[in-house]
Design a protein. Structure first.
Length: 162
């Protein structure tokens, strides 16, 4: 995850980890950022189209981002430990195709992954390339619940060396 642009291999998958959405975490996030009743109250959730309290889609996305950053930081720390300089990532020109495919219920555990789907040269920024990632979250039943494509500028090794 802290690879230079030249080292990125399309279709390579990185496991980011798992997160269990507890009732307390769902309510805390919803109270602060997405106060819809089916995120805040079990009874309201049961009476909603979901039939139970659910996590906010924005919460599932926020957890993915946190796990992605944590993974990049772990990889960068390992590179520094080996005496290597990790590549710089960013900024991100955005994301696309955000989908919340199934509700995330209380105590669901979501496994997050990121897969490199494409890399492109940058004509306007020769010191970096653009990488596209397919990011997904799968519940404990193996069902895809979250998906988005993110884009990130990634430092080229020759920009660092040269």
């Amino acid at each position: 995850m802290s690879l230079y642009f030249e080292d990125i291999v399309p279709d390579e998958v990185h496991e980011l980890g798992c997160y269990t959405f507890t009732k307390e975490a769902i309510i805390a996030f919803a109270t602060e950022y997405d106060p819809q009743v089916f995120h805040l109250d079990e009874e309201a959730g049961r009476n909603s189209i979901y039939g139970a309290m659910t996590a906010s889609g924005w919460q599932t996305t926020s957890v993915w981002l946190r796990m992605l950053i944590d993974e990049r930081n772990r990889e960068a720390d390992m590179m520094r430990y080996r005496g290597e300089r990790p590549a710089k990532y960013g900024p991100s020109p955005g994301f696309e195709k955000l989908k919340w495919l199934k509700p995330v219920f209380v105590n669901d555990t979501i496994r997050y992954t990121t897969r490199i789907i494409e890399k492109r040269d940058s004509k306007s920024r020769p010191q970096v390339g653009l990488a596209l990632f397919q990011n997904e979250g799968w519940n404990q039943h193996g069902e895809l619940v979250f998906s988005l494509v993110s884009k990130m500028f990634v430092e080229r090794r020759r920009a660092f060396e040269g």
